[in-house]
Design a protein around this ligand. Structure first.
Ligand SMILES: [Zn+2]
Length: 282
């Protein structure tokens, strides 16, 4: 962590009155970003006036959604001394328009009975994302869960069979069905569902402090709810289940209810390819 320190925000020690308030931020100040921070142990952190959970070592995470406001206030409150107030200015993102043709029409205009199922499944995912554990896996470097060609990016406005639907909140890596998917960071499995209406085989891994990963369209899930996983461990296999036109992994990162862009924490994409494991395996 902290290998990509932001020049404008690396405030190793910012004098605030007589007391030095420590704050380092690691991440990209853009919409959709997951940002990891460090302050001195014992300091409180507030984002736009709301308390942020901080580890005993002073580490924390904050996230900004697809359409987040461009200005935020981060306040660091030491046990004694003056608080430090930083204005965070996010750069706006320009999202693509993506047209997906050939998905089953029943997944574009679901019938009444499917709508009930969709609501029930959405509630299960929401509950898993709301997990607020004390794990600190989120503080480490993430790896790609699978390597390969990027076939869909975060934030795109999506049209399915010509009809506008909610934006795409994941990053898609096209790989043959059956390709192993590994845990991008350690954590605990909070949801393992073999076949959701939209997302097919769906897996959620909690990385602690509100940070979690979601994996969609899986053909097989190799772990169980409650199971602890290590970074790099095989957890699932690529598939084309749910609303998908071909086999790919859709990887998402969440900070509580905010859906974030995994690209803001993963190793950089090279020539349109994710540098991850099993990229060549057929
Ligand atoms: Zn996707």
């Amino acid at each position: 962590m902290f290998r990509k320190i932001l020049a404008t925000l690396c405030l190793a020690c910012v004098a605030a009155g007589a007391v030095a308030v420590e704050l380092e931020l690691d991440g990209q100040l853009t919409q959709g970003a997951l940002i990891r921070g460090q302050t001195a142990p014992g300091n409180q952190v507030l984002l736009n006036g709301e308390p942020v959970k901080v580890t005993e070592q002073g580490l924390f995470a904050i996230g900004f959604g697809r359409d987040a406001a461009l200005e935020h206030e981060l306040e660091i409150v030491p046990e004694d001394g003056q608080p430090l107030m930083r204005k965070l200015k996010l750069s706006p993102r320009d999202y693509e328009i993506q047209r997906v043709e050939g998905v089953p029409q029943r997944t574009v205009t679901p019938d009444e009975s499917s709508l009930a199922r969709i609501r029930e499944e959405a509630a299960q995912v929401r509950q898993a994302r709301a997990t607020d554990s004390a794990r600190t896996d989120f503080t480490g470097d993430f790896i790609w869960p699978v390597g390969g060609r990027i076939s869909g990016v975060y934030g795109s406005q999506r049209f399915y069979n010509g009809e506008p639907r909610t934006p795409h909140y994941g990053i898609d890596v096209a790989r043959p069905a059956g390709t192993p998917v590994v845990a991008p960071a350690g954590g605990v499995v909070t949801l393992a569902h073999p076949d959701m209406f939209y997302s097919g085989g769906t897996l959620l891994i909690d990385h602690g402090f509100g940070v979690s990963s979601t994996f969609l369209h899986l053909s097989e899930i190799l772990v169980e709810e409650g199971q602890e996983v290590s970074q790099g461990e095989n957890v699932a296999r690529v598939g084309a289940t749910g609303r998908a036109t071909g086999p790919h992994l859709d990887w998402r990162i969440n900070w509580y209810g905010e859906r974030l862009d995994p690209v803001t924490v993963a190793p950089p994409i090279v020539d349109g390819h994710a540098p991850g494991p099993n990229a060549e395996q057929e």
